[in-house]
Design a protein. Structure first.
Lengths: 348, 589, 337
């Protein structure tokens, strides 16, 4: 298959990432498909262990060299990445696709100055002098809102505050003007006020650079204002996928409902804000049979034995492009959302 | 545990290393020097080939003899050295009034004139000794050696503050002026009461009392002439002015030195030294086990200290016929023995001491020192190659295994029929002494004498423990393992220091058990006796008297396993040196 | 920074004073406490069967009759302003730092120490280069190819290297390479670097490798553990995400961080080594500081003992200081903290 006009800038098709271990096969990602255009934002949401970070590392080709088994296709701007030689993927990494990590303190090398780390990222893909790269680094630091970038460029990561570090990290990721930017929990390690600033910054920069942006988070609230599309993952599979307004206004999967109830909100007391989904995320070695969510699903009983025996298909709902993987009938899902879940979310 | 496994690994390592070098060096009898130094044909390698005869005799000159030393030379200054190997080696670069004849076996134990025209002459029964010097003997710088140079070297060696290490026989024997401090501090003092030099070729030594074997004293290196103008005191060791056939080439104290031919040495003035090699190279501070490996591989010719192979190499070499054929089992004038201290109860009773002598299994003591190759079973205090030696049968037992019945009888006579308890000391760093003490412990246990082992550090053994009368008495140290070697190969030089009770001091004693007035008196008699046969008869009486008193248990007359490197000529063990004679040795080219 | 170094240097001097007092006490005071007299101590430096008179004279010359603080003071004075030594025929100046004259060989100690240091330093530097390169490279490859044949083999050899004493490996290699194959020079050969750099290296190659084998083993294990840890760090993932070639990731990002503890250990190891690689020097008969120390201790030659102890202490102190400074260079977090 070759790239064609109908294919989005980033297209992931039937992506599976498995890790053989001594204890068994870990199915971290299983049959995942999605697409993303430049200038658009996709939010991948799920609890830890749902496979969302593995997916992002898979797109960047960071599993090569390890013992991961990848199958499916990842197309970026007409190039297929899974079958491409690792060296070719490496050349794309940092240049066409870049990544921002969760904890900027541990994600930046403690022994090199912030400037050096940006210069390194820039010069590996651009044949420029050190001085030019340094000017670029200062420029990038300025653009992510770091005051006096010409002075701070020689500072070390530990001399930056948490928010500044994440800005620097973003500057580093954007230094080569990537077409695809993946942000893995970009605000989790930051405090709430800084979170908002970073999210604003990312939105502004995305517009400026016109890149495709994937934000990976366990917190639907983070992507509420940013994302065009939302993909909800559970047990390595996509359980709900659609436009952001569909997911927020008419979510149809019981897991999505659970995620919505656990969104932290500024207007609530911290003590009551967490309404976690009962039960623990599934083991990826031993994913529950049938619907992977059934052991934790309050409505699983309605589907009877099917819940345990049959993997529900990712089926389209009435709204175009809105996919849900659930045994419940569409009508029943609407009924539960409207009557049981939505009122609780809206009170208080 | 840690040290044990360390020692085990070391032993394995050395064994493996020796195995490898056996591969390297044991490839049969290929003559090392292809050209063969003149008369040398195929050399027959044979065990003890250099004992009592000359191995690979040759008159061919040339080549360099390489030697290695496991430690540091005490000093190259002839007035400041006191080791047998040093006395042996110093004769290469220095000449004394008389010297031991460079010859194998017993012949090597005779004195011949060197700088002197003849052996010492005395007209008053040994109180005054006169030597006439050969004419035309020169130092390395070409100046002639005179009697004044010898007188000066003796006078300088008097100063024990500057030159502390040499023997002090001449300090004690000669009639020095009152409160004399030596040639360094009193360069202009008249010492004619001790030494007179009436002319350049005559030197007269004047003693306080008669001393019959004075020639044995003046063969020691402190009579090697030192030119006063070139003397630099403690630094003279850095450049000794040669009078022998070799002079110093390079000399790095503590590392190495080399000798080259002395152009001003005239063989016409020196009938004794063949001076075969062109030079000698001596490396100092070489790992002892490495020296053995290098002897085997042929990388060095001789281990200069002449003490024989280390334990690891010894076992390995003796079990390999090819390597064994390159060794000589030389007798040493060294005795390993046990002091039975008569001050400690119940050993103050002679019967109890006799019980100890009867009970000790001498074969087990011999095993402690490595069996027959390590030494012969001793019956008295005088080793076989010294005058006055006689096998003493007073405590002879069947097979030398000890006699339990006679020991028990002696115990009963002592009033201790069930035995008693006592302590036995030894030097902890010496495995042979430890094994000796353990062997005695086992032997005595059979008659009810229970011994407790008391190891003490080597360095302080005599100064703080077994040689300190106060310590011995307070701690009731009844038995002490000791070893003794001769200063010079004459019975006086061997026995006087450990048999004369008048030498006993507050500490630092090598003997605390032989305290017999009759022996002291006989030693005085020996000193005044100029006749060798009469001296030997007196020594034999002394030896018997000591054994009768049962104050020592002779262990073994020690022997060493000397290894010949490859390509040596004219090699032999002389009884005077108890090792290879360095004056005679040559090397194939 | 400057005040820090000055503070450290003052601390170092105090430490050296303590070390010298303790050493002095061990070799002078303790024997006296257990009953040695000035004469019995002097007898160690005399020939055998020294008479009481000789012992007395030596004790007098060595100043054993003076009170202990006076003896120690004389030692310190020699260090600071130098001393004079009576050779018998003249009085020799011993310029500061004068560690005195050996009681046994009557040679000044300081020139010996300088001379011996060259050997030990040569041995240490060469061995260090080999062991750091070999150890770190092995450790890195082992970590990257964890559980591979290389890893298992290398770690097996490393374990052997750590547990096998130098006198074992040294003696075997000496006999095999020198006496059997004839590839290298025999033990005890040392050519100074200034005389002939090639002969210098040739004469030392066997001791270097032997000594390096012992240390490389430890460094390989240390590097491997460090690399396994750092290669799992987030910043390694970042480096890869930037598109850096794997080599750059491993060396510049992984190894750089893993080296920090190695630098520390290296500084201490090297400092101690300069004080004398006792076993290696003994096995290969190299006349370095370690052998000097052994000779000195065995023969109770106090000036030599004091000299070598203090010099070793100085090396360790300097090595520590350099490690601390180097630490700041390696890890910027330390620099400003």
């Amino acid at each position: 298959m070759s790239a064609n006009d109908t294919m989005p800038h980033l297209a992931v098709r039937d992506l599976s990432i498995h890790f053989p271990t001594d204890d068994g096969l870990v199915r971290a990602v299983d049959g995942l498909s999605f697409g993303l255009e430049r200038g658009k934002t996709l939010g991948i949401v799920g609890e830890s262990g749902s496979g969302k970070s593995v997916t992002s590392l898979g797109i960047l080709g960071l599993h090569s060299g390890g013992n991961a088994r990848l199958s499916g296709e990842i197309w970026l701007d007409g190039d297929e990445l899974i079958s491409a030689p690792p060296e070719a993927v490496r050349r794309l990494r940092g240049k066409k696709m870049a990544m921002i990590f969760q904890d900027p303190l541990s994600a930046m090398h403690p022994y090199y100055s912030v400037g050096k780390q940006i210069i390194e990222a820039y010069r590996i893909h651009n044949d420029v002098s050190k001085a030019a790269a340094r000017r670029h680094a200062i420029d990038m630091l300025g653009r992510v809102g770091i005051p006096q970038p010409d002075r701070r460029v020689d500072d070390y990561p530990h001399q930056f505050s948490g928010g500044m570090r994440q800005r620097a990290m973003i500057a580093m990721a954007l230094s080569c003007d990537p077409e695809l930017l993946i942000a893995d929990e970009p605000t989790t390690a930051l405090d709430v006020t800084v979170q908002a600033q970073i999210l604003d910054l990312m939105r502004d920069l995305q517009r400026e650079f016109n890149s495709a942006l994937i934000i990976i988070t366990h917190d639907l609230g983070v992507v509420a204002e940013l994302a065009d599309d939302i993909l909800v993952m559970y047990g390595g599979k996509c359980v709900e996928y659609g436009a952001a307004e569909d997911i927020f206004l008419t979510p149809e999967h019981p897991y999505t409902w659970g995620l919505l109830s656990s969104v932290p909100r500024l207007d609530r007391e911290p003590t009551e804000r967490l309404k976690p989904i009962k039960g623990a995320p599934p083991s990826l070695i031993n994913i529950p049979s049938g619907c992977a969510f059934h052991p934790r699903c309050p409505y699983a009983a309605e589907s009877g034995e099917r819940a345990k025996e049959e993997v529900p298909p990712l089926a389209e709902t009435a709204t175009g492009g809105h996919l849900v993987r659930c045994h419940l009938s569409r009508a029943r899902r609407r009924e539960i959302w409207e009557n049981d879940v939505k009122p609780i979310l809206e009170t208080t | 545990m840690r040290t044990r496994s360390g020692v085990a690994i070391a032993a394995i390592g050395t064994a493996l290393a020796l195995g490898l070098s056996a591969c390297a060096g044991g490839g049969g009898n290929t003559p090392p020097g292809q050209s063969g130094g003149g008369s040398a044909g195929a050399v027959k390698e044979e065990f003890n080939a250099a004992l009592g005869k000359v191995y690979n005799p040759s008159k061919a000159k040339g080549g360099i003899v390489k030697m290695a030393h496991e430690g540091t030379w005490d000093s190259l200054d002839p007035g400041n050295t006191y080791y047998g190997y040093s006395f042996n080696f110093a004769r290469l670069y220095g000449r004394t009034l008389v010297m031991f004849k460079p010859a194998p076996g017993a012949e090597g134990n005779t004195l011949v004139p060197d700088l002197a025209e003849s052996l010492g002459e005395t007209s008053d029964g040994g109180k005054t000794w006169t030597y006439k010097l050969r004419k035309g003997v020169k130092f390395e710088d070409g100046t002639e050696i005179t009697s004044k140079d010898i007188a000066y070297s003796v006078a300088r060696s008097f100063d024990k503050q500057v030159l502390p290490k040499g023997p002090s026989y001449l300090n004690e024997l000669l009639d020095w002026p009152k409160d004399y401090k030596g040639a360094f501090k009193e360069p202009d003092r008249d010492i004619s009461s001790a030494i007179e030099t009436p002319d350049d070729y005559t030197i007269i030594f004047k003693l306080k009392a008669a001393f019959g074997s004075f020639d044995y004293i003046v063969q020691m290196p402190m009579t090697m002439p030192v030119p006063k103008a070139k003397d630099t005191g403690t630094k003279y060791q850095e450049h000794v002015i040669a009078s022998g056939p070799y002079m110093f080439d390079k000399n790095e104290i503590g590392k190495s030195f080399s000798l080259k031919r002395n152009p001003n040495w005239d063989p016409a003035t020196d009938p004794n030294r063949p001076a075969l090699p062109d030079g000698f190279e001596v490396q100092l501070n070489v790992n002892a086990d490495d020296i053995d490996n290098r002897l085997i591989s042929g990388d060095v010719h001789l281990a200069v200290t002449g003490l024989g192979l280390q334990q690891a190499a010894r076992t390995r070499v003796l079990n390999d016929p090819v390597l064994k054929a390159r060794t000589d089992n030389a007798k040493l004038q060294r005795l390993w023995y046990l002091s039975v201290i008569p001050d400690i109860e119940p050993l103050n009773n002679i019967e109890c001491r006799k019980a100890v002598l009867w009970a000790v299994d001498r074969t087990s003591v011999q095993r402690a020192y490595g069996g027959p190759n390590g030494g012969d079973i001793a019956t008295g205090m005088i080793p076989p190659s010294l005058g006055g030696y006689k096998e003493i049968s007073t405590y002879a037992t069947p097979g030398n295994k000890g006699d339990i019945n006679k020991a028990k009888a002696a115990l009963a006579a002592c009033g201790q029929p069930n035995g008693f308890n006592a302590d036995i000391s030894y030097r902890s760093e010496r495995p042979g002494e430890k094994a000796f003490a353990e062997a005695v412990q086992q032997s005595l246990a059979k008659v009810g004498i229970k011994l407790t082992l008391k190891p003490f550090p080597d360095g302080d053994y005599f100064t703080l423990y077994a040689g300190k009368p106060d310590y011995v008495k307070q701690n009731k140290l009844g038995l002490a393992v000791n070893g003794w070697g001769s200063d010079y190969p004459e019975t006086f030089g061997f026995l006087q220091a450990i048999a004369d009770s008048r030498t006993i001091r507050d500490s630092g004693n090598y003997n605390l058990s032989i305290k017999i007035p009759e022996v002291d008196q006989k030693i005085d008699q020996v000193k005044g006796e100029a006749d060798v046969a009469a001296r030997d008869a007196l020594w034999a009486e002394i030896n018997q008297r000591i054994m009768d008193e049962a104050v020592t248990v002779p262990g073994v007359y020690a022997k060493s396993i000397l290894m010949r490197g490859k390509g040596l000529t004219n090699l032999y063990v002389s009884d005077s040196q108890q090792m290879y004679d360095y004056v005679g040795v040559g090397v194939q080219q | 920074m400057i005040t820090y170094i000055i503070r450290r240097l003052i601390g170092a001097v105090i430490m050296l004073v303590i070390v010298s007092i303790v050493t002095f006490a061990i070799f002078f005071l303790v024997p006296r406490l257990v009953g040695a007299t000035p004469e019995s101590m002097a007898s160690r430096y005399a020939g055998r069967t020294a008479t009481a008179e000789t012992q007395h004279l030596i004790a007098q010359r060595l100043g054993f009759y003076d009170p202990m603080p006076v003896q120690y003071g004389r030692f310190v004075k020699g260090l600071v302003v130098g001393a004079e030594y009576d050779t018998g025929t003249s009085v020799e100046k011993c310029p500061a730092p004068c560690f005195g004259y050996s009681y046994l060989t009557q040679q000044p100690v300081w020139p010996d120490l300088v001379d011996r240091s060259r050997v030990t330093f040569s041995l240490g530097v060469g061995a260090a280069v080999i062991w750091v390169i070999a150890g770190v490279a092995t450790g890195v490859i082992s970590a990257l190819r964890r559980r591979s044949f290389f890893d298992r083999a290398a770690m097996g050899i490393a374990l052997a290297g750590v547990s096998m004493p130098v006198f074992f490996t040294g003696m075997i290699s000496l006999v095999f390479f020198s006496y059997y194959l004839g590839w290298t020079v025999p033990g005890g050969t040392y050519v100074d670097f200034t005389v002939d750099p090639f002969q210098w290296a040739y004469s030392l190659i066997l001791p270097w490798v032997t000594l390096a084998f012992l240390f490389a083993a430890g460094y390989a294990r240390l590097t491997r553990a460090g690399m396994l840890e750092t290669m799992n760090e987030d910043y390694i993932r970042t480096a890869r995400a930037k598109g850096l070639p794997e080599r750059t990731v491993v060396v510049k990002h992984g190894l750089r961080a893993a080296l920090t503890p190695i630098v520390t250990i290296f500084g201490l190891d090297f400092g101690l080594l300069l004080g004398g690689a006792v076993l290696t020097e003994s096995t290969f008969s190299l006349n370095g500081l370690g052998k000097y120390a052994i000779e000195a201790i065995v023969s109770n030659d106090l000036p030599k003992v004091m000299g070598v102890t203090l010099l070793t202490a100085v090396f360790v102190v300097i090595a520590n200081l350099i490690v601390d400074l180097l630490y700041a260079v390696v890890d910027p977090r330390v620099r400003l903290a």
